[in-house]
Write a protein that binds this ligand. Sequence first.
Ligand SMILES: NC(=O)c1ccc[n+]([C@@H]2O[C@H](COP(=O)([O-])OP(=O)(O)OC[C@H]3O[C@@H](n4cnc5c(N)ncnc54)[C@H](O)[C@@H]3O)[C@@H](O)[C@H]2O)c1
Length: 326
Amino acid sequence: MVLVTGGLGFIGSHVCRELVAQGERVVVFDNFIQGNLEFLKKVRMPDICDKIEFVSGDITDFAFVFETLKEYDIKKIIHTAAITFIPTAIKKPSLTFNVNTVGSFNLLEASRILDMDKFVYISTASTYGDFQYSPADEKHPLNPKDVYGATKVAADRLACSYFHTYGLSASIVRTSAVYGPGDLERRAAKAFIENALQGIPMRLEGGGLQMRDFSYVKDVASGMVLALNSSKSAGEAFNVTGGSEYSVKNLAETIHKYIPGSKIEVTDARKVDAKRGMLDISKAKRVLGYEPKYSFDAGIREYVRWMAEVYAPLFGLKVKNQPVFD
Ligand SMILES: NC(=O)c1ccc[n+]([C@@H]2O[C@H](COP(=O)([O-])OP(=O)(O)OC[C@H]3O[C@@H](n4cnc5c(N)ncnc54)[C@H](O)[C@@H]3O)[C@@H](O)[C@H]2O)c1
């Protein structure tokens, strides 16, 4: 059985879907901080929730984590649970450290004691900090600028150390600017689509020239499961992203293509973003057989459709601009 921590979350729910499609039995371990279980099932996994077992628990509680792994006879873990939204992490550094670092340590330690077959940890491009070169490969220095990135580096390196010290088959997947159905945080793509549907302009701070390696959530989930199933991934980190660079302006323009009534507005730059770029995904391609299947355009198209057809009615958005997919 595979345990997915944070399995009711944005990326975790897609990981569950990929695992279920491959015939795996899945247990979700989550503390449901984004809403109640039944509502989150409806938002994120109406198609697969009856094939999954749900455990309500907190990864900072070592004893409960340990007992759950034993009770369900878990052999493999995909660990996505975290405080993930950077503004929340900035407001709550202590919680962020406890969940992201101590919680990850708890899972690794329980996995060591129980002799887990495989452990996959989802890390982030934020661990690289300002990119010194682009595309950034996995050897790029880890130099995060914020608390979120620092707590993720700690867990990323702990996972690797558990391989080198104890032989735990742990792998790390680093991804970036994930977008797609199921995101409930106001990250750029979601905030823009939400605004565009409601007739509120998409605002480009400083012209929206910030570059991101946007990653479609289904591609990220497939990369995570490839790392889980690979016999060559132990002790290794892999960049798993869309593998191309787009600006925030490109994002708004692509959304505009599918929501033609939407408006784009340019505002002054409020803050300096971390200097980012593209991630080099050649290692994931070579070792895991990873290949992003969604172009940026195809991913945005599918995301706009989900926002209009699923998210808007569930969250009571007043849609003024209907999307067009011809
Ligand atoms: N979204 C992105 O763009 C992005 C980019 C890079 C890496 N990541 C990483 O991917 C992972 C998933 O991110 P997401 O965007 O799906 O976030 P999310 O907030 O949608 O999901 C996180 C899930 O973890 C659960 N959780 C939080 N604290 C917990 C705790 N103490 N115990 C048990 N469960 C807990 C939440 O209830 C939620 O279901 C995170 O580790 C994040 O750092 C995300």
